[in-house]
Design a binder for this molecule. Sequence first.
Ligand SMILES: [Zn+2]
Length: 233
Amino acid sequence: MMRYLGSIPLLRWLVLVAVVGSCVGCSAKGSSYVGRWECSSGGGDFLEIKANNGALLVTDEDATYPASLDDKGTLIVSVPLMGSLPLPIDSQSRELISSAGSCKRFNKVASSSSEKIPSKASSPPATADDEGATRGKLSSIRSALSIYYGDKDGKNPSNLKQLAEGGKYLDSIPKTKTGHHPESDAVYSACDTSQLSDKGGWAYCGDPTNKNWGAVWADCAHKDSKGVPWYER
Ligand SMILES: [Zn+2]
């Protein structure tokens, strides 16, 4: 429903989640929202609503939005550029009503949010070999960074891609394959693992004023098959 907002970086969402914060009194009233909703008139539009640490999250096919309940128990979803969008439930039909997007009414089809959300971007499962290769690529980036650091008298590149310029430190930025995101050589900016975009690819701190200047992580907050979050690798 909010397709045109799809390009907003996840980082902003995380900031918004932090601003919206936990939702007081979510538990009982919020549970009527939790689950999967599909457009009553067909067309395949859906909303997935989850409770997460006292906050509510609304996911459509494009993105996840923070939400909270107002004092009447109506779910209010926060959409950047659009503001607050109430999603009341019709007390007669039990449909969820949205004033935004092409679908105005949604029917709840599942109470559990465990059902997999269809995704346009495929995330092929990562084998143990893939995981090992990704960890190896991470350590080769870190090695290249330390060589760069030595060459440049204690300076890190402002952008990770500088390592691959002219093929001097790396032939190219390698691709991650974590099994949770499409393979990616994208580099996102982060100076702390709490700032990860969790899109796959890499996260790099190019800020010389930050204590983590020169740090690089796999940009993934998911766990690998050994149960370790990728960003701890
Ligand atoms: Zn991830």
